[in-house]
Design a protein around this ligand. Structure first.
Ligand SMILES: Cc1cc2nc3c(=O)[nH]c(=O)nc-3n(C[C@H](O)[C@H](O)[C@H](O)COP(=O)(O)OP(=O)(O)OC[C@H]3O[C@@H](n4cnc5c(N)ncnc54)[C@H](O)[C@@H]3O)c2cc1C
Length: 413
Protein backbone atom coordinates (compact mmCIF):
# COMPACT_ATOMS: atom_id res chain seq x y z
CA UNK A 1 0.00 0.00 0.00
CA UNK A 2 1.29 3.47 -0.89
CA UNK A 3 1.94 5.62 2.20
CA UNK A 4 2.05 8.84 0.20
CA UNK A 5 -1.04 10.95 0.54
CA UNK A 6 -1.68 13.26 -2.39
CA UNK A 7 -3.86 16.33 -2.66
CA UNK A 8 -4.99 15.21 -6.09
CA UNK A 9 -4.90 11.97 -8.07
CA UNK A 10 -5.48 12.24 -11.81
CA UNK A 11 -6.37 8.94 -13.47
CA UNK A 12 -5.47 8.90 -17.17
CA UNK A 13 -2.54 10.68 -18.78
CA UNK A 14 -4.15 11.79 -22.03
CA UNK A 15 -4.70 15.38 -23.16
CA UNK A 16 -7.24 16.36 -20.51
CA UNK A 17 -5.52 14.45 -17.65
CA UNK A 18 -2.17 16.10 -18.35
CA UNK A 19 -3.83 19.52 -18.51
CA UNK A 20 -5.67 18.88 -15.22
CA UNK A 21 -2.45 17.73 -13.50
CA UNK A 22 -0.54 20.77 -14.82
CA UNK A 23 -3.15 23.22 -13.56
CA UNK A 24 -3.59 21.56 -10.13
CA UNK A 25 0.18 21.42 -9.62
CA UNK A 26 0.56 25.05 -10.75
CA UNK A 27 -1.59 25.92 -7.75
CA UNK A 28 0.82 24.15 -5.41
CA UNK A 29 -1.15 20.91 -5.10
CA UNK A 30 0.69 17.64 -4.62
CA UNK A 31 -0.42 15.67 -7.67
CA UNK A 32 -0.14 12.02 -8.69
CA UNK A 33 -0.86 11.14 -12.33
CA UNK A 34 -1.65 7.46 -13.02
CA UNK A 35 -1.47 6.09 -16.57
CA UNK A 36 -1.87 2.48 -17.59
CA UNK A 37 0.24 2.76 -20.76
CA UNK A 38 4.00 2.76 -20.83
CA UNK A 39 3.99 6.46 -21.74
CA UNK A 40 1.63 9.42 -21.56
CA UNK A 41 -0.55 10.78 -24.37
CA UNK A 42 -0.81 7.85 -26.77
CA UNK A 43 -3.92 9.25 -28.45
CA UNK A 44 -2.52 12.77 -28.54
CA UNK A 45 0.49 11.45 -30.43
CA UNK A 46 -1.68 10.21 -33.33
CA UNK A 47 -4.06 13.16 -33.33
CA UNK A 48 -4.53 15.24 -36.46
CA UNK A 49 -2.71 12.64 -38.54
CA UNK A 50 0.36 13.18 -36.34
CA UNK A 51 0.10 16.99 -36.61
CA UNK A 52 -2.34 17.55 -33.72
CA UNK A 53 -5.13 19.98 -34.46
CA UNK A 54 -4.95 21.64 -31.02
CA UNK A 55 -7.91 23.99 -31.33
CA UNK A 56 -9.98 26.06 -33.73
CA UNK A 57 -9.31 29.79 -33.97
CA UNK A 58 -12.76 31.31 -33.36
CA UNK A 59 -12.68 34.03 -30.74
CA UNK A 60 -16.44 34.62 -30.58
CA UNK A 61 -17.29 32.26 -27.70
CA UNK A 62 -20.95 31.86 -28.68
CA UNK A 63 -20.02 31.08 -32.29
CA UNK A 64 -17.40 28.59 -31.09
CA UNK A 65 -19.71 26.90 -28.61
CA UNK A 66 -22.52 26.54 -31.15
CA UNK A 67 -20.49 23.65 -32.60
CA UNK A 68 -21.16 21.63 -29.43
CA UNK A 69 -24.94 21.75 -30.02
CA UNK A 70 -26.80 20.61 -26.84
CA UNK A 71 -23.68 21.16 -24.67
CA UNK A 72 -23.42 24.84 -25.64
CA UNK A 73 -24.94 26.25 -22.45
CA UNK A 74 -23.09 23.84 -20.18
CA UNK A 75 -19.75 24.88 -21.70
CA UNK A 76 -20.21 28.63 -21.39
CA UNK A 77 -18.84 28.79 -17.83
CA UNK A 78 -15.81 26.51 -18.45
CA UNK A 79 -14.92 28.46 -21.60
CA UNK A 80 -15.13 31.75 -19.71
CA UNK A 81 -12.42 30.30 -17.45
CA UNK A 82 -10.23 28.83 -20.19
CA UNK A 83 -11.10 29.64 -23.82
CA UNK A 84 -9.42 29.73 -27.20
CA UNK A 85 -7.13 32.67 -26.41
CA UNK A 86 -5.95 30.88 -23.26
CA UNK A 87 -5.09 27.82 -25.35
CA UNK A 88 -2.91 29.92 -27.67
CA UNK A 89 -1.22 31.64 -24.72
CA UNK A 90 -0.77 28.38 -22.79
CA UNK A 91 1.02 26.54 -25.60
CA UNK A 92 3.09 29.61 -26.40
CA UNK A 93 4.16 29.63 -22.72
CA UNK A 94 5.29 26.00 -23.13
CA UNK A 95 7.52 27.12 -26.01
CA UNK A 96 5.11 25.78 -28.63
CA UNK A 97 3.48 28.59 -30.63
CA UNK A 98 0.46 27.67 -32.76
CA UNK A 99 -0.19 28.35 -36.43
CA UNK A 100 -3.63 28.58 -38.02
CA UNK A 101 -4.44 26.77 -41.25
CA UNK A 102 -7.50 26.11 -43.43
CA UNK A 103 -10.88 26.14 -41.67
CA UNK A 104 -9.36 27.99 -38.67
CA UNK A 105 -7.65 24.83 -37.47
CA UNK A 106 -4.70 25.55 -35.17
CA UNK A 107 -1.65 23.29 -35.06
CA UNK A 108 1.71 23.49 -33.29
CA UNK A 109 4.11 25.53 -35.37
CA UNK A 110 6.28 22.43 -35.67
CA UNK A 111 3.33 20.43 -37.12
CA UNK A 112 4.20 17.54 -34.80
CA UNK A 113 1.80 16.03 -32.28
CA UNK A 114 4.73 14.53 -30.43
CA UNK A 115 5.99 18.05 -29.66
CA UNK A 116 2.65 18.82 -27.97
CA UNK A 117 2.99 15.69 -25.89
CA UNK A 118 6.59 16.41 -24.96
CA UNK A 119 5.80 20.02 -24.01
CA UNK A 120 3.02 18.86 -21.66
CA UNK A 121 5.24 16.18 -20.11
CA UNK A 122 8.06 18.72 -19.59
CA UNK A 123 5.60 21.00 -17.80
CA UNK A 124 4.34 18.14 -15.57
CA UNK A 125 7.92 17.41 -14.58
CA UNK A 126 8.75 21.08 -14.00
CA UNK A 127 5.71 21.24 -11.69
CA UNK A 128 6.92 18.13 -9.79
CA UNK A 129 3.87 16.03 -10.63
CA UNK A 130 4.49 12.40 -9.62
CA UNK A 131 3.90 10.33 -12.76
CA UNK A 132 3.29 6.59 -12.57
CA UNK A 133 3.03 4.88 -15.96
CA UNK A 134 2.24 1.16 -16.43
CA UNK A 135 -0.20 1.73 -13.61
CA UNK A 136 -3.60 0.32 -14.51
CA UNK A 137 -6.30 1.56 -12.15
CA UNK A 138 -8.67 -1.36 -11.49
CA UNK A 139 -11.14 0.12 -9.05
CA UNK A 140 -12.34 3.41 -7.58
CA UNK A 141 -13.24 3.04 -3.89
CA UNK A 142 -15.78 5.34 -2.32
CA UNK A 143 -17.61 5.88 0.92
CA UNK A 144 -19.90 8.54 2.32
CA UNK A 145 -20.39 10.31 -1.01
CA UNK A 146 -16.64 10.67 -1.60
CA UNK A 147 -13.91 8.81 -3.46
CA UNK A 148 -11.41 7.45 -0.93
CA UNK A 149 -8.78 5.68 -3.02
CA UNK A 150 -7.96 4.00 -6.31
CA UNK A 151 -6.74 0.41 -6.56
CA UNK A 152 -3.90 -0.59 -8.87
CA UNK A 153 -1.59 -3.61 -9.11
CA UNK A 154 1.01 -1.28 -7.55
CA UNK A 155 -1.18 -0.68 -4.53
CA UNK A 156 -3.84 1.66 -3.19
CA UNK A 157 -3.45 5.40 -3.68
CA UNK A 158 -5.22 7.98 -1.51
CA UNK A 159 -5.96 11.67 -2.09
CA UNK A 160 -8.24 14.51 -1.07
CA UNK A 161 -9.61 14.86 -4.62
CA UNK A 162 -9.70 12.71 -7.73
CA UNK A 163 -9.85 13.71 -11.39
CA UNK A 164 -10.97 11.02 -13.81
CA UNK A 165 -9.54 11.56 -17.30
CA UNK A 166 -9.67 8.06 -18.73
CA UNK A 167 -11.15 9.10 -22.10
CA UNK A 168 -13.80 7.35 -24.16
CA UNK A 169 -13.67 4.29 -26.38
CA UNK A 170 -12.34 5.41 -29.76
CA UNK A 171 -9.05 3.83 -30.86
CA UNK A 172 -8.87 1.53 -27.79
CA UNK A 173 -5.28 0.57 -28.63
CA UNK A 174 -4.31 4.01 -27.24
CA UNK A 175 -5.58 2.99 -23.81
CA UNK A 176 -9.08 4.49 -23.99
CA UNK A 177 -11.03 1.33 -23.29
CA UNK A 178 -14.02 2.78 -21.49
CA UNK A 179 -12.83 1.96 -17.94
CA UNK A 180 -14.05 5.33 -16.68
CA UNK A 181 -17.52 4.76 -18.15
CA UNK A 182 -17.82 1.47 -16.22
CA UNK A 183 -16.64 2.97 -12.91
CA UNK A 184 -18.90 5.98 -13.25
CA UNK A 185 -21.92 3.75 -13.90
CA UNK A 186 -21.07 1.77 -10.80
CA UNK A 187 -20.70 5.00 -8.83
CA UNK A 188 -24.28 5.89 -9.75
CA UNK A 189 -23.80 8.18 -12.75
CA UNK A 190 -25.91 7.97 -15.89
CA UNK A 191 -23.48 7.17 -18.69
CA UNK A 192 -24.72 7.36 -22.28
CA UNK A 193 -23.46 4.46 -24.37
CA UNK A 194 -20.86 5.63 -26.83
CA UNK A 195 -21.55 5.67 -30.55
CA UNK A 196 -18.87 6.72 -33.00
CA UNK A 197 -19.63 10.23 -34.29
CA UNK A 198 -16.55 11.34 -36.18
CA UNK A 199 -15.87 8.17 -38.08
CA UNK A 200 -15.24 6.91 -41.63
CA UNK A 201 -18.06 5.32 -43.67
CA UNK A 202 -18.18 1.74 -44.90
CA UNK A 203 -19.42 1.34 -48.48
CA UNK A 204 -20.44 -1.53 -50.72
CA UNK A 205 -18.85 -0.65 -54.05
CA UNK A 206 -15.59 -2.29 -55.08
CA UNK A 207 -14.63 0.69 -57.27
CA UNK A 208 -14.35 2.82 -54.11
CA UNK A 209 -12.16 0.26 -52.33
CA UNK A 210 -9.99 -0.16 -55.44
CA UNK A 211 -9.00 3.52 -55.05
CA UNK A 212 -7.72 3.02 -51.48
CA UNK A 213 -5.13 5.66 -50.65
CA UNK A 214 -6.35 8.21 -53.23
CA UNK A 215 -7.34 11.57 -51.77
CA UNK A 216 -9.42 14.09 -53.72
CA UNK A 217 -9.38 17.65 -52.49
CA UNK A 218 -12.52 19.17 -54.02
CA UNK A 219 -15.48 16.82 -54.38
CA UNK A 220 -19.16 17.28 -53.67
CA UNK A 221 -20.92 14.39 -51.97
CA UNK A 222 -24.71 14.20 -51.78
CA UNK A 223 -26.47 11.76 -49.46
CA UNK A 224 -29.87 10.16 -50.20
CA UNK A 225 -32.29 8.28 -47.97
CA UNK A 226 -34.34 5.72 -49.92
CA UNK A 227 -33.43 7.67 -53.07
CA UNK A 228 -34.53 11.05 -51.69
CA UNK A 229 -31.90 13.80 -51.52
CA UNK A 230 -30.94 14.73 -47.92
CA UNK A 231 -27.81 16.92 -47.83
CA UNK A 232 -24.61 17.77 -49.70
CA UNK A 233 -21.12 18.75 -48.62
CA UNK A 234 -18.04 19.81 -50.57
CA UNK A 235 -14.45 19.15 -49.52
CA UNK A 236 -11.78 16.50 -49.31
CA UNK A 237 -12.60 12.80 -49.73
CA UNK A 238 -10.18 9.99 -48.94
CA UNK A 239 -10.79 6.53 -50.44
CA UNK A 240 -9.88 3.60 -48.19
CA UNK A 241 -9.95 -0.18 -48.44
CA UNK A 242 -13.28 -0.21 -46.57
CA UNK A 243 -14.93 2.95 -47.91
CA UNK A 244 -14.61 6.69 -47.44
CA UNK A 245 -12.80 8.93 -45.00
CA UNK A 246 -11.33 12.45 -44.85
CA UNK A 247 -12.64 15.58 -43.11
CA UNK A 248 -15.74 15.92 -45.28
CA UNK A 249 -16.81 12.33 -44.59
CA UNK A 250 -15.89 12.37 -40.88
CA UNK A 251 -18.02 15.45 -40.35
CA UNK A 252 -20.97 13.92 -42.22
CA UNK A 253 -20.95 10.71 -40.18
CA UNK A 254 -23.25 11.96 -37.40
CA UNK A 255 -26.00 12.88 -39.89
CA UNK A 256 -25.44 9.72 -41.94
CA UNK A 257 -25.79 7.65 -38.77
CA UNK A 258 -29.28 9.09 -38.24
CA UNK A 259 -30.24 8.42 -41.87
CA UNK A 260 -29.05 4.82 -41.60
CA UNK A 261 -31.59 4.23 -38.86
CA UNK A 262 -34.38 5.13 -41.29
CA UNK A 263 -33.56 3.17 -44.43
CA UNK A 264 -31.14 2.62 -47.26
CA UNK A 265 -28.56 5.37 -47.59
CA UNK A 266 -26.83 6.03 -50.89
CA UNK A 267 -24.57 8.85 -52.02
CA UNK A 268 -23.16 10.33 -55.18
CA UNK A 269 -19.84 12.07 -55.61
CA UNK A 270 -19.72 14.90 -58.12
CA UNK A 271 -16.24 15.01 -59.62
CA UNK A 272 -17.05 18.41 -61.20
CA UNK A 273 -18.84 20.34 -58.45
CA UNK A 274 -18.11 23.68 -60.15
CA UNK A 275 -19.50 22.71 -63.57
CA UNK A 276 -23.13 21.99 -64.44
CA UNK A 277 -24.13 18.93 -66.45
CA UNK A 278 -24.39 20.79 -69.78
CA UNK A 279 -20.98 22.46 -69.40
CA UNK A 280 -19.47 19.20 -68.28
CA UNK A 281 -20.81 17.57 -71.47
CA UNK A 282 -19.31 20.41 -73.55
CA UNK A 283 -15.96 19.89 -71.86
CA UNK A 284 -16.07 16.19 -72.73
CA UNK A 285 -17.12 16.91 -76.34
CA UNK A 286 -14.16 19.31 -76.73
CA UNK A 287 -11.74 16.82 -75.24
CA UNK A 288 -13.05 13.99 -77.43
CA UNK A 289 -12.72 16.21 -80.54
CA UNK A 290 -9.10 16.91 -79.69
CA UNK A 291 -8.31 13.24 -78.98
CA UNK A 292 -10.43 11.56 -81.71
CA UNK A 293 -7.83 8.97 -82.66
CA UNK A 294 -6.81 8.05 -79.12
CA UNK A 295 -8.20 5.14 -77.17
CA UNK A 296 -11.00 6.15 -74.81
CA UNK A 297 -9.00 5.00 -71.79
CA UNK A 298 -6.28 7.54 -72.68
CA UNK A 299 -8.79 10.39 -73.06
CA UNK A 300 -10.60 9.32 -69.89
CA UNK A 301 -7.48 9.94 -67.81
CA UNK A 302 -7.76 13.62 -68.77
CA UNK A 303 -11.28 13.74 -67.36
CA UNK A 304 -10.81 12.24 -63.93
CA UNK A 305 -8.50 13.06 -61.01
CA UNK A 306 -5.05 11.44 -61.14
CA UNK A 307 -5.03 7.82 -60.08
CA UNK A 308 -8.79 7.29 -60.33
CA UNK A 309 -9.31 6.36 -64.01
CA UNK A 310 -9.27 2.58 -63.55
CA UNK A 311 -11.53 2.63 -60.54
CA UNK A 312 -14.09 4.89 -62.19
CA UNK A 313 -14.01 2.90 -65.46
CA UNK A 314 -15.24 -0.07 -63.43
CA UNK A 315 -18.54 1.78 -62.85
CA UNK A 316 -19.15 1.66 -66.61
CA UNK A 317 -18.64 -2.03 -67.57
CA UNK A 318 -20.87 -1.62 -70.63
CA UNK A 319 -18.39 0.79 -72.25
CA UNK A 320 -15.34 -0.55 -74.09
CA UNK A 321 -12.51 1.76 -73.00
CA UNK A 322 -10.13 0.31 -75.60
CA UNK A 323 -12.31 1.78 -78.41
CA UNK A 324 -11.08 4.83 -80.30
CA UNK A 325 -12.67 8.04 -79.10
CA UNK A 326 -14.21 8.78 -82.56
CA UNK A 327 -16.33 5.64 -82.27
CA UNK A 328 -17.90 6.58 -78.93
CA UNK A 329 -21.66 7.04 -79.36
CA UNK A 330 -23.59 10.02 -78.01
CA UNK A 331 -25.31 7.73 -75.48
CA UNK A 332 -21.97 6.42 -74.27
CA UNK A 333 -20.62 9.95 -73.92
CA UNK A 334 -23.69 10.98 -71.91
CA UNK A 335 -23.32 7.97 -69.67
CA UNK A 336 -19.73 8.99 -68.98
CA UNK A 337 -20.73 12.59 -68.22
CA UNK A 338 -23.62 11.52 -65.95
CA UNK A 339 -21.30 9.19 -64.07
CA UNK A 340 -18.67 11.88 -63.53
CA UNK A 341 -21.39 14.11 -62.07
CA UNK A 342 -22.75 11.33 -59.83
CA UNK A 343 -20.34 8.53 -58.94
CA UNK A 344 -22.62 5.99 -57.23
CA UNK A 345 -22.05 4.80 -53.66
CA UNK A 346 -24.04 2.68 -51.23
CA UNK A 347 -23.33 3.37 -47.55
CA UNK A 348 -23.42 0.14 -45.55
CA UNK A 349 -22.68 1.67 -42.16
CA UNK A 350 -20.28 3.60 -39.98
CA UNK A 351 -16.90 2.12 -39.15
CA UNK A 352 -16.52 1.14 -35.49
CA UNK A 353 -14.88 2.75 -32.48
CA UNK A 354 -11.55 1.31 -33.52
CA UNK A 355 -11.45 3.77 -36.42
CA UNK A 356 -13.42 6.64 -34.89
CA UNK A 357 -11.77 9.99 -34.19
CA UNK A 358 -14.46 10.62 -31.62
CA UNK A 359 -17.45 8.91 -30.14
CA UNK A 360 -20.11 10.59 -28.08
CA UNK A 361 -21.31 8.91 -24.93
CA UNK A 362 -20.21 9.51 -21.38
CA UNK A 363 -21.60 11.08 -18.26
CA UNK A 364 -24.66 13.22 -18.92
CA UNK A 365 -23.98 16.89 -18.31
CA UNK A 366 -26.79 17.45 -15.81
CA UNK A 367 -24.75 15.32 -13.38
CA UNK A 368 -21.63 17.52 -13.63
CA UNK A 369 -21.18 20.98 -12.10
CA UNK A 370 -20.54 23.34 -15.01
CA UNK A 371 -18.32 25.74 -13.02
CA UNK A 372 -15.92 23.10 -11.64
CA UNK A 373 -16.36 19.81 -13.58
CA UNK A 374 -17.21 18.24 -10.21
CA UNK A 375 -19.45 15.18 -10.11
CA UNK A 376 -22.81 15.96 -8.51
CA UNK A 377 -22.79 12.45 -7.03
CA UNK A 378 -19.35 12.25 -5.41
CA UNK A 379 -18.19 15.52 -3.91
CA UNK A 380 -14.42 15.15 -4.48
CA UNK A 381 -14.57 13.63 -7.98
CA UNK A 382 -13.96 15.67 -11.15
CA UNK A 383 -14.45 14.59 -14.77
CA UNK A 384 -12.72 15.76 -17.95
CA UNK A 385 -12.40 15.31 -21.71
CA UNK A 386 -13.99 12.40 -23.54
CA UNK A 387 -15.63 11.12 -20.33
CA UNK A 388 -18.29 13.80 -20.81
CA UNK A 389 -21.23 13.23 -23.14
CA UNK A 390 -20.56 16.03 -25.63
CA UNK A 391 -21.06 15.77 -29.36
CA UNK A 392 -18.71 17.86 -31.52
CA UNK A 393 -17.30 18.06 -35.04
CA UNK A 394 -13.70 17.49 -36.07
CA UNK A 395 -11.41 20.51 -36.45
CA UNK A 396 -9.81 20.91 -33.00
CA UNK A 397 -13.06 20.93 -31.02
CA UNK A 398 -12.30 17.70 -29.13
CA UNK A 399 -8.89 18.74 -27.89
CA UNK A 400 -10.11 22.22 -26.98
CA UNK A 401 -12.66 20.46 -24.76
CA UNK A 402 -9.76 18.62 -23.11
CA UNK A 403 -7.75 21.81 -22.45
CA UNK A 404 -10.81 23.60 -21.08
CA UNK A 405 -12.28 20.85 -18.91
CA UNK A 406 -8.81 19.75 -17.75
CA UNK A 407 -7.94 23.31 -16.73
CA UNK A 408 -11.25 23.84 -14.92
CA UNK A 409 -11.00 20.55 -13.01
CA UNK A 410 -7.35 21.23 -12.10
CA UNK A 411 -8.26 24.72 -11.01
CA UNK A 412 -11.17 23.57 -8.86
CA UNK A 413 -9.74 20.65 -6.89
C1 LIG B 1 -6.99 9.16 -34.71
C2 LIG B 1 -7.48 10.32 -33.90
C3 LIG B 1 -7.15 11.61 -34.29
C4 LIG B 1 -7.63 12.70 -33.55
N1 LIG B 1 -7.28 13.95 -33.94
C5 LIG B 1 -7.76 15.02 -33.26
C6 LIG B 1 -7.37 16.33 -33.60
O1 LIG B 1 -6.50 16.55 -34.45
N2 LIG B 1 -7.96 17.37 -32.93
C7 LIG B 1 -8.88 17.17 -31.94
O2 LIG B 1 -9.40 18.15 -31.39
N3 LIG B 1 -9.21 15.92 -31.55
C8 LIG B 1 -8.67 14.85 -32.17
N4 LIG B 1 -9.00 13.60 -31.77
C9 LIG B 1 -9.81 13.43 -30.55
C10 LIG B 1 -8.91 13.69 -29.32
O3 LIG B 1 -7.66 13.07 -29.51
C11 LIG B 1 -9.58 13.16 -28.05
O4 LIG B 1 -10.81 13.81 -27.90
C12 LIG B 1 -8.70 13.40 -26.83
O5 LIG B 1 -7.44 12.82 -26.96
C13 LIG B 1 -9.38 12.85 -25.58
O6 LIG B 1 -8.55 13.12 -24.48
P1 LIG B 1 -8.90 12.55 -23.06
O7 LIG B 1 -7.90 13.14 -22.12
O8 LIG B 1 -10.32 12.72 -22.74
O9 LIG B 1 -8.68 10.98 -23.16
P2 LIG B 1 -7.55 10.09 -23.85
O10 LIG B 1 -6.65 10.87 -24.71
O11 LIG B 1 -8.28 8.95 -24.45
O12 LIG B 1 -6.68 9.62 -22.62
C14 LIG B 1 -7.16 8.74 -21.66
C15 LIG B 1 -5.97 8.13 -20.96
O13 LIG B 1 -6.41 7.40 -19.83
C16 LIG B 1 -5.68 6.20 -19.76
N5 LIG B 1 -6.47 5.21 -19.03
C17 LIG B 1 -7.65 4.67 -19.41
N6 LIG B 1 -8.06 3.77 -18.48
C18 LIG B 1 -7.12 3.77 -17.50
C19 LIG B 1 -6.98 3.04 -16.31
N7 LIG B 1 -7.86 2.11 -15.93
N8 LIG B 1 -5.91 3.28 -15.52
C20 LIG B 1 -4.96 4.19 -15.90
N9 LIG B 1 -5.05 4.90 -17.05
C21 LIG B 1 -6.11 4.70 -17.84
C22 LIG B 1 -5.48 5.81 -21.20
O14 LIG B 1 -4.44 4.90 -21.37
C23 LIG B 1 -5.23 7.16 -21.86
O15 LIG B 1 -3.86 7.49 -21.89
C24 LIG B 1 -8.48 12.50 -32.44
C25 LIG B 1 -8.79 11.20 -32.04
C26 LIG B 1 -8.29 10.12 -32.76
C27 LIG B 1 -8.61 8.74 -32.30
Amino acid sequence: MSRDKFDVIVVGGGASGMMAAIQASSRGKKVLLLEKNQRLGEKLRISGGGRCNITNEEYDVRAFLSHYKQAEDFLYSPFSQFGIVNTFVFFESLGLPLIVQARNRAFPDTQKAIDVCNALIACLKKNSVTIKTNCDVKKVNHAGGKVISVETPQGLFFAESFILSTGGVSHPETGSTGDGFRWLKNLGHIVKDPTPTIVPLAVEEEWVKSLAGVSLSFMKITFYLEGKRQFSKTGKVLFTHFGLSGPLILNSAGDVSELLQNGIVTATIDAYPDTNLADCDKKVVNLFNSMKNNELKTAFKELVPAGTARGIQAILPEIDFSKKVHSITRDERRKIVNTLKALPITITGLMGNDRAVAADGGVILTEVDTKTMRSKILSNLYLTGDLLHINRPSGGYSLQLCWTTGFVAGNSV
